[in-house]
Design a protein around this ligand. Sequence first.
Ligand SMILES: [Zn+2]
Length: 389
Amino acid sequence: MTAQAPQDGADDPETPPFPALFAELSVLRERGLGTVRHHAYPALHAACGYCDLLVGQQQDPAAIEELLRKAVSLLGGGEAGDAAEYTFGLAQGTKLWSSGRRRAQAAALMELSEDRFRKQQERLLIEQVAEGVLTLCRAQTMRRTRLDLERRHPADSRLAVKWVERFEAYYRIWTPVGKLAADLEAAIDTRREPESDTVPWDPDSDEPYDREDQALGYGRYALHAYAWFQLELHDFMTRHGGLWLFSDHEVEAEIADAVYRIGWHNPLNQDDDSWLRRTLADSRHRESQHFHAVLHSTRIGQITVREWQDYVRSCHCPDDSCIADDCQVHSAIQACRDYSHSIDIEWRRIADWYRAKPSATVQDSHGTRLYGDLLSQRVRSRDTGEENA
Ligand SMILES: [Zn+2]
């Protein structure tokens, strides 16, 4: 999570100000999460209300705990996230621990003396959790705007523009995801064709043709698309903190799940993913050709390509009406389709709002451009498909 100015959110009358959140979180840390019912935390309670975590009007310890868990999860699950869990008693079984015991455990996790942790890291962690609460409030503001757009209600144009920026980020991932699915399908379809010495799309051509070579070529394109997907996903994590924001939590969970499955249904682990991403980032113009030249020049690259091609070859589904449940390649293709489909549906639900507002030139140009990009990408991928078919 990026650091925000401490006064962030203070100008919005509905979200609690940062200093109040920070003060209450500091007190809550001392008293412990197990005693929330006995004390008033008006700023945290207001944030719970703002984020729709309350069932009634009363301060609710479960809602405050949920708010804290969400805010801590924005720290990214690394060392700082673990230390914050102990700091607030969110780690399993620590809710009723004394403040000293929680501090000692958090300090040990960060390999610091208790005194040093208390003076430096603890304050930073509490600040970051307060920032996390404000991030959750901002996300909720975005969701509300999203609903206004969807219902064609007047919406805050500043936030409407932010939604287009969001979709631009989603579509940057959409492009390699669509290409990954198309290239995997092309490799599968090619291997299903009958053996032939002539180019299937031009029987009169003298060009030599090898079906397996052709399929390996699609496999290479697919690996490039996969690395591209990892690169765009990483960029999204950096820019937006990995927060998938849509009209409701269910859609957000579905899309996050599809993204997870795209990375899951293949033999590459997280280290391989990071390595591919960095290799592509350093390749000339991020082009497939240079990317593969770099892969072939290193041993780890050669092993990765071999593993990937074996994986693409592992699909033995006879045709698209008869796909094996455990086929990893088809599971990845399905995950790609799920992502693209959900993003398209979510975009279409609000796209009209942008096109229906002729006075809002900023939104219009963004919206029209996005939609135009969308169409031209489709035409391009269809043309590529026709060229490759
Ligand atoms: Zn298959």
